[in-house]
Design a protein around this ligand. Sequence first.
Ligand SMILES: [Zn+2]
Length: 521
Amino acid sequence: MKPMRLLPGLLACVAALVAAPPAPAQGELPYARAVAERFSAPAVRYDTPGLQPWRGSYTSNAELRAALRELAARPQGPRLLAAGRSAAGEPIEALQYSRGPGRPAVLLVGQQHGDEPAGSEALLAVAQLLFTPAWAVLLDRIDVIVLPRANPDGATLGQRRGLHGLDINRDHLLLRTPEARAQALLVRAYRPLLVVDAHEHPVIGRTLQKFNAVQRHDLMLQYAMVANLPPELTRASEDWFRQPLLQALAHEGLTAEWYHTLPTTPGDLRLSMGGVQPDTARNVQGLKNAVSMLLESRGAGIGRLHLQRRVHSHVVAVRSLLTSAAEHADALQALQRQVDAQVAGSACQGEIVVLAAQTPTRRDILMLDPATGADKRISVHWNSSLELQPLVTRPRPCGYWLATEADAAVQRLQALGVQVQRLGAATELQVETWRETARIEAAWPNAPGTFEDGQGVRLLRVTTDRVRLPVPAGSWWVPLDQPLAHLVAAALEPDTSFSWFAHRLLPALDSAARVMMVPQQ
Ligand SMILES: [Zn+2]
């Protein structure tokens, strides 16, 4: 059955549920029929509670909970993992498919943004498919952990953010939200070699306003692109994962493009690839030395239109990524060991990039004419994340010192999986301290005030001074000769918008210091 025939009745039901404007009005398509006809239904039909043709709402949290329990209860079924609870107290649950110890793990995450349901419907379908022989064979080589709904509160409310008003996908360095902490827990416990993050991208809205065009591609993709990422991870992401993924999508008649967004400012016609800050799941998992892939199907703003195809795009992509992980299982394990050792081995040497930016370029991109559905080639200013411009660099320290009262920061580092040691005796350290040279107090777009008592983020420019610093027993030593060293630097170098100083998790500039010689203990 073509989804087109289902539309009038379904759209009538869902118009009220779609949070992101512009939702299609009752009984009408959000764009011309000729555009809709570019997106025919897939040959396969997926069968989750929220995908039933008579439904106006997606799989509810209660239905998801029941479905995961039903799968876990089957013979040789997966293990149900309790990763945490949402702000409203909803369980955040995953299924772990494992045929025994020693296999590398893959983590699949859906619906970090509550109003992007295709990811969780698709991952529930994947959880079912992992029982079929064609998929189950992958479990000979890899473990698969499926977390279909990372933001259950946002799903209930039909909103992007969680109940607390924070964007969970921007919270993977700060870990202020219980939802981001639940994902961090899974990553710490299972050290996945591949993490997949399933979202939806807006199809109309800004592209219609700015280019009189509709987004054309079934799936937008991007792997981790962030300063200090080992280049071996980028090569593996491209050669072992993205290239086969593009082929798998093409084989199914699905199209793909790099993930990109448009700014909210009217008249600003630049397109930007996904950001290069170490705060999103995609980039933070990369700095945990995993291959990390963002998938964005069409969806946000078009209600239930083409829902089977949107889910199909995710399922085809996930199958390709799991197949690649299984094919390269041994090489991936070797790669993660190598990258872990390489990062740990570079402490006290060379430079780290504290802040980097995208590279402005130009390129042509294909969209759709909103009236005729024909391809429309548009020449755009394109901020590329494929090549990073370092803006601030510093010598890579041997580690960081944290003051006794920086307990909150120590706990967050540990939640990220970082090793932190308490100094047993007073000592003197060779350090660099930061000195403020300029300050901008700014609102933080990720829900200003919610967690910061109405205070904005503290954006600083700093210079460093090399001093000998007497430090007391009971203060903290965070060595950089560990695999998550670059995540530590992202959190503790103070002069960025994502730093823990900016977000007041570190009370003052002198709550931390760059340690330039390993302390004698
Ligand atoms: Zn999203």
